[in-house]
Design a binder for this molecule. Structure first.
Ligand code: G6P
Length: 363
């Protein structure tokens, strides 16, 4: 097992560091920045012409990637929802032949997600699986599969697969938008070159991150809050999930604007707030974060250098400048590192947290 970890103490840290490679593999042959085109193998242009709505189903970290994918579609004007797979049988929106259901599952074996996928297929939906495992049950059960090519992930807490899922869902979303509206939602001439630089942007973060110092600085806290708006919201949820999974400390993610509707009652000097800034209505997020800071909470801003939040915050986790569609994915890596170092300081069994399994094959 030690051999598999290479120079790292844990698989999780190794897999965090594998993200530049994982993303490069995900993008390989799928984006053509010079000609402003994407190509997704079986998903030829026109595949999704007749789709009237998109439903993403998933659990855990994959659900956060699904929220990310769903939001990019919504922002482009497409009817779309991300749904918890384990709630799907009791809360699915209407499904018909024009519904596209996308099951997002790293392992392709999660029972809740497989059930949702089968339910959707039985109702006549077209189904697609976005997964890491070729030959998995989900890949075989869906009409089509899109592979994220992240390589094996051993740590129970998903890291590199989240980044790869979010990027693949963004690409799939662009194909859907092009099929529906005849043109992509974003300008490919700026977006695709930006996407192509993601592996090196991740590298920059991994080399220079202050996450360990920040994790140590706040290690005696009572609870850890993560906030974000728009595409920063699923990143905040994922930041909190990762933190609680491996540190066993209490952590919650909130939409920034929701903080004042209840959670603010919990805020004290012992509850650091990690705020994710993606370039979408950042002023509002900063205002929400400052309200927590006024109540004594240390504010950790996750944003580029030169961002206004840096002057206000108590600590800063830097991310390279990029477009709002991708900034959250960079912020997520900083939050992964914070969780990792916080758990390491507490001497937790990081790769195998108590009570959790890599893949849950029961309902
Ligand atoms: C388990 C794992 C989580 C994972 C979830 C969904 O609960 O502990 O890390 O996000 O299953 O797994 P999947 O393989 O469907 O992405």
């Amino acid at each position: 097992e030690q051999a598999g970890k290479g120079e790292y103490d844990h698989f999780m840290l190794k897999e965090i560091h594998e993200q530049p490679t994982a993303l490069a593999q995900a993008l390989e042959g799928r984006i053509d920045p010079e000609n402003a085109r994407i190509s997704l193998g079986d998903f030829e242009p026109g595949t999704f012409e007749d789709v009237s709505s998109v439903q993403f189903v998933a659990c855990g970290t994959s659900y956060h990637a699904a929220l990310y994918g769903s939001l990019t579609l919504k922002q482009a004007g497409i009817q779309s929802d991300a749904l918890l797979a384990n709630e799907y049988s009791v809360s699915a929106p209407p499904i018909d032949e024009e519904t596209l259901v996308v099951a997002v599952t790293q392992s392709g074996e999660t029972a809740d997600t497989l059930n949702a996928l089968r339910h959707a297929a039985a109702e006549g939906a077209t189904t697609v699986t976005v997964t890491n495992v070729v030959g998995s049950t989900a890949a075989r059960a869906a009409d089509e599969a899109l592979f994220i090519r992240a390589g094996p992930e051993i740590g129970v807490a998903a890291t590199k697969t989240f980044s790869s899922q979010a990027v693949m869902l963004t690409l799939l979303g662009q194909r859907i938008v092009e099929d529906q509206f005849g043109e992509p939602a974003v300008d490919f001439e700026t977006f695709l070159p930006e996407l192509a630089t993601m592996p090196s942007a991740l590298d920059d973060i991994l080399v220079r991150s202050d996450a360990e110092a920040i994790a140590n600085r706040y290690e005696d806290s009572q609870s850890y809050f993560f906030i974000g708006r728009g595409l920063g919201f699923p990143v905040a949820l994922e930041g909190a999930l990762k933190f609680k999974e491996i540190t066993y400390e209490h952590a919650e993610g909130f939409a920034s604007g929701e903080l004042k509707h209840g959670p603010l009652a919990l805020v004290t000097p012992e509850t650091p707030v990690f705020a994710v800034f993606t370039g979408e209505e950042d002023e509002k997020t900063l205002k929400n974060a400052s309200e927590a800071q006024t109540r004594g909470a240390p504010l950790v801003a996750v944003c580029p250098e030169g961002h206004r939040a840096v002057d206000v915050a108590d600590a800063h986790l830097e991310i390279p400048e990029t477009v709002p569609d991708l900034a959250g994915l960079l912020a997520n890596v900083q939050l992964q590192l914070v969780s990792y170092y916080a758990a390491d300081a507490l001497d937790r069994p990081i790769d195998k947290p108590r009570n959790l399994a890599k893949s849950v094959t029961v309902e």
